[in-house]
Design a protein around this ligand. Structure first.
Ligand SMILES: Cc1cc2nc3c(=O)[nH]c(=O)nc-3n(C[C@H](O)[C@H](O)[C@H](O)COP(=O)(O)OP(=O)(O)OC[C@H]3O[C@@H](n4cnc5c(N)ncnc54)[C@H](O)[C@@H]3O)c2cc1C
Length: 406
């Protein structure tokens, strides 16, 4: 464990040393339109504005209205984030949140996560994950029953064969976090326009000169496509096909409740965490069943009726009660369908379009964890014309190998 702590400290020092100086004005005069006011577009916009760019964020609906509204919002670099390069990017996201949280006023509940393993017989596999996590700088361990009772006195772990504790993790409110980036960006001159839909890109000599929106043209030297799961955006505006797959999920948020859990619980069949404001967030790994294909064809964010939404939320609640039996008398405030922005191989797509060098793509899952580091490095690439080494494996021109992992 000492080794993990040293690694962690060193890692944070390295991150701090490479941080962009807030007074850097490298991008003075650069006009950037960021399409998409989810957490990724919002973070990129703030980082660009800090570097001196003239930034306009547009969204066809509004801030945090799609994936960044529905997100479970677990901030983590756990074992499933493979390979090491992708894990390191997520680790940098977690570390950056710790640095930015206060400055931006983002509500993050730290405390780690507990992942429950139900199937006995996975002991060796789980032990190997833990060893790897520790070697990669995480404070991860398998927790014994007595300690579990101390960590989460109101949680029943008896149906599980093992529980993995990852101490560095946290969870946020993704809507509040998105607004925090946008408010900070506005304070230093960025404009945020919505509803405002990107409809076209004007080029001269292959360079972007303006973008067309349903509210008129906006002059621009660069366009950022932080359009999330919008499947056609890359083809229409970057002249390039981004291979994506559908990945729906449902999230339910309760009214404030007395404290039941202190950490993110990632349990078989359900996951939950409780925000500092007392609201419990429930999610499920698998999306809606295939029998709902018709209903989902238009990629809705809302259920057709409140009753259907409640059916889904109650299913998650029943699964959660297996682990938190006292979780009763629950009122749901928000029940939403989310579409994870999911390139077919599960990894972020970051960088200039292979067909239009002034159009920058930023599409990814795990965007809540990644937002701060993506914003910083993407802004750096655009303003300094420098390539960020941590993005090397996540370029749009890579060979995409389809995978079902996240
Ligand atoms: C159910 C679920 C659970 C998740 N859980 C986690 C988690 O625990 N941890 C984690 O790190 N990540 C999680 N994620 C992933 C994370 O939420 C996303 O990666 C992140 O929110 C993506 O943010 P974004 O800004 O790229 O996309 P979005 O939030 O979807 O924003 C894209 C925006 O682009 C706008 N747009 C699209 N086209 C146009 C256009 N032509 N003109 C103008 N605007 C346009 C849309 O209106 C939208 O607001 C989860 C996602 C889902 C759905």
């Amino acid at each position: 464990m000492i080794k993990a702590n040293v690694n962690r400290r060193l890692f944070l020092q390295l991150l701090a040393a490479t941080a962009l100086a807030p007074e850097s004005r490298a991008a003075e005069g650069l006009r950037v339109v960021v399409a998409g006011a989810g957490i990724i577009g919002a973070s990129i916009a703030w980082h660009l504005a800090r570097a001196g760019a003239s930034v306009t964020v547009i969204d066809r609906r509004g801030p945090a209205s799609h994936a960044s509204r529905a997100s479970f919002a677990w901030i983590n670099a756990t074992w499933s984030k493979q390979p090491k390069s992708y894990h390191a990017l997520n680790q940098a996201g977690v570390a950056r949140w710790r640095l930015l949280q206060q400055e931006l006023g983002v509500p993050i509940h730290w405390g780690g996560s507990l992942e429950g393993i139900a199937d006995a017989g996975r002991e060796r596999e789980v032990a190997a994950h833990v060893v790897e996590q520790v070697a990669w700088g995480e404070q991860t361990k398998i927790v014994e029953t007595a300690e579990l009772a101390e960590l989460e006195p109101k949680v029943d772990f008896t149906s599980l064969s093992q529980v993995i504790y990852s101490a560095h993790d946290g969870a946020t409110n993704p809507i509040a976090a998105t607004h925090a980036f946008l408010e900070a960006a506005k304070k230093i001159g960025a404009k945020v326009l919505y509803p405002c839909e990107l409809q076209g890109v004007s080029l001269r000599g292959g360079r972007v000169t303006s973008v067309a929106t349903n509210g008129g043209d906006l002059p621009a030297d660069r366009l950022v496509l932080a359009t999330g799961a919008a499947a056609d955006a890359a083809r229409r505006f970057a002249d390039w096909d981004l291979p994506q797959r559908d990945s729906p999920g449902a999230t339910a948020v309760t009214a404030p409740m007395p404290r039941f859990v202190n950490r993110v619980l990632w349990m078989p069949g359900v996951h939950l965490h409780q925000r500092d404001d007392g609201r419990i967030v429930l999610g499920e790994e698998d999306g809606p069943p295939p029998t709902h294909a018709d209903r989902l064809a238009g990629h809705p964010n809302d259920f057709p009726t409140r009753d259907i939404a409640l059916e889904h939320a109650h299913r998650m609640l029943v699964a959660a009660q297996r682990y938190v039996p006292d979780l009763k008398n629950v009122t749901f405030e928000d029940i939403v369908i989310g579409w994870r922005p999911m390139p077919v191989d599960g990894y972020p797509v970051l960088g200039a379009s292979p067909a239009r060098k002034d159009v920058y793509l930023a599409v990814m899952h795990s965007g809540v964890t990644l937002a701060p580091i993506i914003g910083e490095l993407a802004a750096h690439e655009m303003t300094e014309s420098a390539l960020a080494e941590p993005f090397r494996e996540f370029r749009p021109d890579r060979h995409f190998v389809a995978s079902t992992g996240h």
